[in-house]
Design a protein around this ligand. Structure first.
Ligand SMILES: Cc1ncc(C[n+]2csc(CCOP(=O)(O)OP(=O)(O)O)c2C)c(N)n1
Ligand SMILES: [Mg+2]
Length: 346
């Protein structure tokens, strides 16, 4: 992230008080993620890549959270929709393009994982396992290590509301409550788990209603309002760093795209619903706010658009030109080299 974390002003009860430069940087990160994501859809429809899972519509909670934490100092265990979070933490469109095209040099897994499973050691971003919610007990484990070492770091994790039906979510959150761990768990509630609506996942109206059961703080936030999201994650981080324990944040949002490039959402939700939610688009909303406040103008917006296009074009070209990893690389970091002294005699 370009902005110096130490100079970011905090917030008070009246709301978010961030410098104009920081607000513009937040806008840039949301825009950059949106345009990178849109390019991935185009590449998929052109038949150039095999799969994409989109974070469009989720940028406010992701960028708000990324800015409220300390990238590379705190630990993050994000989930597959968190492209904007990863980009705001230091992952790049070039890294993402290498993953989409499965090319050599891909930093998270050497192009062996599916895209969007993340994992960048230098940024303290830990890879996600494909079974949903497994990152929650892993994040609780990271938070326990932080606590045992007496550090003031935070473990951040995220998942969808459908994934909170998994036992892993309960085990991780319970552990975080019992041991008052410095954990922030954000549920990006977009009201669908692929085709399954939220009322078939849980009998209570809000995911955050479950927080008292774990003995942790529960917070509901408008997940399409980047500044509100920044504020609640900032407060949760302060709670965690000062020994106050874990927070369960529910960010109410929506995914206007299908679940993934292999899904057809017309089979399970009305178009009118999608159109209604598009009116609450987090990027358009933040842009309108910044224009109104005089922090952005049309020229600045055009400059950001050009910058995003140039960066993404370059990232795509570099990834398309990169070679595939050699076939034998598929075995690397999976099987340890055979210790010849242990080989049974024939
Ligand atoms: C344990 C497990 N069950 C099923 C799946 C297949 N799966 C992948 S994503 C997904 C939907 C998750 O929905 P939600 O948690 O609401 O997140 P969203 O995709 O809506 O952001 C499912 C069922 C999986 N990866 N792991
Ligand atoms: Mg969901």
């Amino acid at each position: 992230m370009a902005t110096d974390l130490e100079t970011r002003p905090g917030i008070d009860d009246s709301g978010v008080q961030l410098e104009a430069a920081t607000l513009r940087e937040m806008y840039w990160q949301m825009l950059r993620a949106r345009r990178t994501d849109e390019r991935a859809w185009v590449l998929h429809r052109q038949g150039k890549i095999a799969f994409h899972i989109s974070g469009i519509g989720h940028e406010a909670i992701q960028v708000g959270a990324a800015f409220a934490l300390r990238p590379g100092y705190d630990y993050a265990l994000p989930y597959y929709r968190d492209l904007a979070f990863n980009l705001a933490w230091g992952y790049t469109p070039h890294d993402f393009m290498l993953a989409l095209f499965g090319r050599e040099g891909e930093p998270t897994s050497g192009a062996r994982q599916m895209p969007s499973h993340w994992g960048t050691r230098s940024l303290n971003i830990i890879s996600q396992s494909s079974p949903v919610a497994t990152q929650v007990p892993q994040a609780a484990g990271v938070a326990l290590a932080i606590k045992l070492r007496g550090e003031d770091r935070v473990a951040y994790t995220s998942l969808g509301e459908g994934s909170t039906s998994q036992g892993d979510f309960y085990e991780g959150m319970n552990w975080a409550g019992v041991h008052k761990l410095p954990l922030i768990c954000v549920v990006e509630n977009n009201i669908y788990a692929i085709s399954v609506p939220v009322h078939l996942q849980m009998a209570v109206p809000n995911v955050a209603d479950r927080a008292p059961m774990f003995g942790v703080e529960g917070v509901i936030v408008d997940g399409n309002d980047v500044l509100a999201c920044y504020r609640v994650v900032k407060e949760a981080a302060e709670r965690a760093r000062s020994g106050g324990g874990a927070t369960l944040i529910e960010a109410k949002t929506y995914r206007p795209t299908p679940h993934s490039s292999d899904d057809d959402d017309r089979t399970y939700r009305p178009r009118e619903e999608v159109e209604q939610w598009k009116k609450r688009d987090p990027l358009a909303r933040f842009q309108a706010y910044l224009l109104e406040a005089g922090i952005l103008d049309e020229q600045a917006i055009a400059d950001y658009e050009a910058r995003a296009r140039e960066e993404i074009d370059r990232a795509q070209a570099a990834a398309e030109a990169a070679p595939f990893p050699p076939p034998e690389a598929a075995l690397g970091d999976v099987f340890a080299p055979v210790d010849e002294t242990l080989r049974a005699e024939e």
